[in-house]
Design a protein around this ligand. Structure first.
Ligand code: UDP
Ligand code: MG
Length: 322
């Protein structure tokens, strides 16, 4: 097998504080992989600027000018982590044999890349970076994040436990991923669907080297809900089950009401009436909400808007979008 060309793809949004710290580490890593003969000398570190409002893109351009191993791609505006990552991967697809996606904040251990490349050389098309411990995360972040994986799996969105978006993909796996045209992107759920032989590499998650997380609890919950509704119709099934259960209970209730009426022991049932009305109102609104969420997804999918638009790159000036 020929030595593969590796592209490390890194989405960045308002990361002017952390980029100067971590870019050097990425560069060292790619150089050491090249020196070890594991990857080809044409391998690159590719930053994707996700419409940052600070100096992130200027920093990326400076980096690209300073060392040929750095490249940059800029999206036309902020589209979110998943879209930015896809934009980078689809740009790297034509040039690379393998890509490794990683966040730019240094939380994911770059030393796991060696093992990832080894797994690729051993025949895997997908290698997941899995967090073995989360000691540096706060108790709250750890519990909510681990709960996130459990709830997702229970609701039918299969994901790899404790794996975020740190993974190696072969060109073949990228071609597979490119065939998933959905606008509601949830890469963690899509990659397992692409298939091919996969394995995992374990590492310890560190603290962000600088700057702040873009995923506070509110965004994390929204992301989880999006993930579940993009990957599975189980919530709608649960609603159907609930509806069935309530209908059955009401049926029994109606028989009971008729019987008491017939035998003439009716009482003024204000309390039970009021409870039933409130309960049904609540349940119905909740169910409508969940169904509405799916309709919203269908709405977005039918419009099939581009998932990202590249406005600028450090290597050519062509506009690209997908
Ligand atoms: N990110 C992005 N676009 C966004 C938000 C975040 O490209 O709209 C990038 C960010 O620069 C980082 C990665 O996605 O490289 C993960 O973000 P963060 O570290 O804030 O999330 P956390 O690790 O706390 O879940
Ligand atoms: Mg982070």
């Amino acid at each position: 097998m020929k030595t593969p060309v590796l592209y490390i793809v890194i989405p960045c949004y308002n990361e002017e504080e952390v980029l100067p710290v971590t870019s050097g580490l990425f560069l060292e890593k790619i150089k050491s992989l090249i020196a070890a003969g594991k990857v080809a000398p044409e391998s690159r570190v590719m930053f994707v600027n996700d419409g940052s409002k600070d100096r992130t893109w200027e920093i990326i351009q400076e980096l690209a000018a300073s060392d040929e191993h750095f490249e940059g791609v800029s999206l036309s505006r902020n589209r979110g982590h998943q879209n930015a990552l896809l934009g980078g991967l689809m740009t790297a697809r034509d040039r690379a044999d393998i890509t490794i996606s990683i966040d730019c904040d240094g939380q994911d251990d770059i030393n796991a890349m060696d093992a990832m490349v080894d797994e690729y050389l051993a025949g895997c098309d997908v290698v997941y970076g899995v967090r073995s411990k989360r000691e540096t995360d706060t108790w709250f972040k750890r519990t909510t994040a681990e709960g996130f994986y459990k709830v997702m799996n229970a609701l039918g969105a299969e994901t790899v436990y404790n794996h975020a978006d740190y993974r190696l993909l072969s060109r073949r796996a990228l071609e597979g991923l490119a065939q998933f045209k959905e606008v509601n992107l949830f890469l963690r759920g899509l990659v397992p669907l692409v298939g091919y032989r996969s394995s995992s590499v374990y590492y310890e998650r560190a603290e962000r080297m600088a700057g702040e997380s873009h995923y506070p609890l509110k965004k994390m919950l929204a992301f989880a809900f999006d993930g579940i509704t993009s990957l599975s119709v189980k919530p709608i099934r649960l609603i159907t089950g609930l509806g069935f259960f309530i209908s059955l209970a009401s049926f029994i209730g109606i028989i009971w009401v008729l019987l008491t009426k017939l035998f003439g022991v009716t009482v003024s049932g204000w309390a039970s009436m009021a409870c039933a009305i409130f309960f049904m109102g609540g349940v119905q609104l909740l169910c409508l909400g969940v169904i509405g969420e799916y309709i919203g997804k269908i709405y977005n999918e039918t419009k099939a808007r581009p998932r990202f638009i590249i406005s600028e790159t450090t290597f050519d000036k062509e506009d690209k979008g997908e």
